[in-house]
Ligand binder design. Structure first.
Ligand SMILES: NC(=O)c1ccc[n+]([C@@H]2O[C@H](COP(=O)([O-])OP(=O)(O)OC[C@H]3O[C@@H](n4cnc5c(N)ncnc54)[C@H](O)[C@@H]3O)[C@@H](O)[C@H]2O)c1
Length: 415
């Protein structure tokens, strides 16, 4: 088969490589010419795909900015971003643009699968009609399905291969086509009856995480006041063999998905005269966390007789989660900006993020970050960081991830 991928980011590039590795030809399309150039050179820009792995399948992947080249594909998977507008409403701009350019070159018999996370109804009500502007009919002349991506960047135990893949076809035949395609790269396929069910499945997964993270974060704010160690409580609760699932407190939610996707559903729900209270509440609590963390830093410095203004703070880890360099919606950015506004002198260390997106600060090595620091603030617990050195060298440590909780250091304050 020849498989087309539109959008070569965290979702699209691993998919392109997976299909190429199973012997298929891939037409990989992105509007970002820098990504296409990088792929042309054989340079991967996604942590989960090494350049060596890319090199092995380079001959099978045609990376291009030309959507017209998708006309020779058997199937096209759409993996473009689905962000929010500044008013926190779904921004289907990239999806509409990608679908329009695909409609221009769509061929009879092709399968189109949307992988981007979105509200129930997008595939049927937005995507299929745009594709039908080609003059062909969805479900009759070409197939359409929704199959949510479940990739968890940085994770190695669950990959595309061994994570069950949910598929909802516009028709039974559309679902069959999509199932046949994904069987090449996934061991287990879960069929649901409609694209809407598949769209909502993905949102349920993300909302579940968002709500549970918010719950434990709210408890962390409470235990802070009550003088109870939240980590000890979470550790103890997690010993229950059933009926409890562990979620960690932290400085807030980041990434492209959790802070964004749930609002796709709350927006859609308003059309059905329903306010999705859990989503809104979880968003509210999680948004408070960076402020809570900064207040904690203020208190810790204060107890050492220091104001935030003029204090040197070494921020350790700015990626939105361990092991990745993605800083989209990372709570570290909010924390840095709040501390900066209070007059702190900031440095950060993150081996995955050489420069912050606004072009302001650049990562320095750990020693340099700790040189003369009044306080080290662990925001993201990347693996491979020498936390013993941080505890040893920084006069004060605020650990928002609980990574130093077993070290028993007196200078360390946990979230
Ligand atoms: N990152 C994740 O962990 C993850 C996990 C599951 C689902 N998702 C969902 O998958 C989708 C993609 O996410 P991502 O993290 O890969 O995004 P990304 O920003 O890393 O990649 C998207 C790519 O699409 C390209 N693009 C934008 N408009 C285009 C167009 N018109 N034609 C072709 N390419 C275009 C962008 O240039 C970019 O390279 C989103 O809906 C996201 O919610 C992401």
């Amino acid at each position: 088969m020849t498989v087309g991928i539109m959008g070569l980011g965290y979702v699209g590039l691993p998919l392109a490589v997976a299909f190429a590795e199973t012997g298929h030809d891939v037409v990989a399309v992105d509007v970002d010419a820098r990504k296409i150039e990088a792929l042309g050179r054989g340079d991967s820009y996604i942590e989960d795909i090494t350049s060596q792995r890319l090199a092995r399948v380079r001959d099978r992947i045609e990376a291009t900015t030309r959507a017209a080249n998708l006309s020779r594909c058997d199937a096209v998977l759409v993996c473009v971003p689905t962000p929010l507008t500044p008013n926190r409403e779904p921004d289907l701009g990239p999806l509409v643009a990608a679908t329009r350019s695909l409609a221009d070159v769509l061929q009879a018999g092709q399968l189109v699968v949307l992988e981007s996370t979105t509200y129930p109804g997008t595939t049927r009500e937005r995507m299929a009609p745009m594709l039908e502007e080609s003059g062909m009919v969805a479900g009759r002349d070409f197939n359409v399905a929704f199959s949510p991506e479940r990739v968890d960047p940085g994770r190695t135990d669950y990959t595309l291969r061994n994570t069950p893949k949910v598929i909802g076809g516009l028709t039974e035949a559309c679902g069959d086509r999509a199932e046949e395609l994904y069987r090449c790269v996934c061991d287990e396929i879960i069929r649901v009856s409609t694209p809407e069910a598949a769209e909502l499945t993905k949102l349920l997964e993300n909302i579940f995480r968002s709500v549970n993270i918010a719950l434990v974060n709210e408890l962390a704010m409470l235990t802070d006041r009550m003088g109870i160690d939240i980590w000890e409580v979470v550790d103890a609760a997690a010993t229950k063999p059933y009926g409890f699932m562990r979620f960690e407190p932290g400085p807030g939610m980041g990434g492209h998905c959790l802070p964004v996707d749930p609002f796709y559903l709350s927006w859609r729900a308003r059309e059905f005269d329903l306010t999705t209270e859990f989503i809104e509440l979880a968003g509210k609590v999680n948004q408070q966390m960076p402020y809570h963390c900064v207040a904690k830093v203020e208190r810790v410095l204060n107890s050492a007789g220091k104001p935030v203004h003029g204090s040197r703070i070494a921020v350790i880890g700015v990626g939105y989660k361990p092991g990745v360099g993605d800083v989209r919606e990372s709570p570290a950015l909010k924390i840095l900006s709040l501390l900066g506004a209070l007059g702190a002198e900031l440095a950060y260390h993150d081996q995955h993020v050489p420069v912050l997106p606004d072009g302001g600060l650049s990562s320095v090595d750990l020693d340099q970050a700790l040189d003369g620091a009044d306080l080290a603030l662990i925001v993201t617990a990347h693996p491979g960081v020498d936390y013993d050195t941080i505890i040893e060298r920084a006069p004060l440590v605020v650990d928002l991830r609980g990574v130093t909780r077993n070290a028993g250091a007196r200078s360390t304050v946990l979230l």
